[in-house]
Design a protein around this ligand. Structure first.
Ligand code: SF4
Length: 217
């Protein structure tokens, strides 16, 4: 049985997962505050600039409201996401277990709320793996097909809906394989932008790319 969060981290970098398992991972309050935004969408749409300025959003108030409004229009299941029937649900599947931020009914769909920024299109690969893992666990628990999942980036007013395509399922399987093969520190990534944002950069001994360029490497 794998933790969904481990699969997501392994999809980012297996070595990061090796370090993280060594750490006591507590969710920082800033992360919890950003995730809370995903349960306040209706209030955020109505909030004035002063109210938004007090919330942990990452866009100027006017742009945030406009982005969130476009998301509301674009996402068919917006009403359920804004007022979900189930919150913070621990799901246990055949291979993995983890917490879905929201679970929607009929059709079943899990949602993961990210504290971070969305990519320009779609979702980041670790989030794709996490969403597939949650969908599979939900499907296993309820004995029902789950074909879609959501990833929310509430600090940016963005929600992405994703289908469980063959490619996404292959990413999930690759993450399971990476976790199961790990019996020591996995290799470092080579010259990857991922290292620039990694909290284990120093421990790992990886130079950031900007330092590389300063040194002419
Ligand atoms: S610094 Fe790079 S190689 Fe090292 S753990 Fe982080 S992402 Fe992986």
């Amino acid at each position: 049985m794998h933790a969904v969060s481990d699969l997501s981290t392994a999809a980012y970098c297996p070595r990061q997962l090796y370090y993280r398992r060594d750490d006591d991972c507590e969710i920082p309050p800033s992360v919890a505050d950003r995730r809370e935004l995903a349960f306040e969408y209706d209030d955020l749409l109505d909030a004035d600039d002063a109210m938004l300025a007090e919330r942990p959003i990452e866009l100027p108030p006017e742009q945030y409201r406009a982005t969130l409004d476009r998301t509301r229009e674009r996402i068919e299941r917006w009403d359920e996401l804004a007022d979900p029937p189930h919150r913070e649900v621990l799901l246990t599947g055949r291979e993995c277990r983890g917490i879905a931020s929201k679970v929607l009914e009929s059709p079943l769909a899990p949602s993961y709320v990210s504290p971070g920024a969305p990519p320009e299109r779609g979702v980041w690969e670790p989030h794709s793996v996490r969403a597939v893992a949650l969908a599979k666990a939900l499907s296993w628990e309820r004995e029902e097909l789950v074909e879609t999942a959501f990833v929310e980036y509430p600090a940016y007013g963005t929600v992405r809906e994703l289908s469980l395509t063959t490619r996404r399922k292959a990413g999930y399987r690759a993450a399971i394989g990476a976790v199961e093969r790990m019996d020591g520190p996995p290799s470092r990534l080579t010259n990857s932008a991922k290292c620039d944002a990694c909290e284990y950069r120093e421990r790992c001994g990886t130079r950031t790319r900007s330092l590389r360029s300063l040194l002419g490497l």
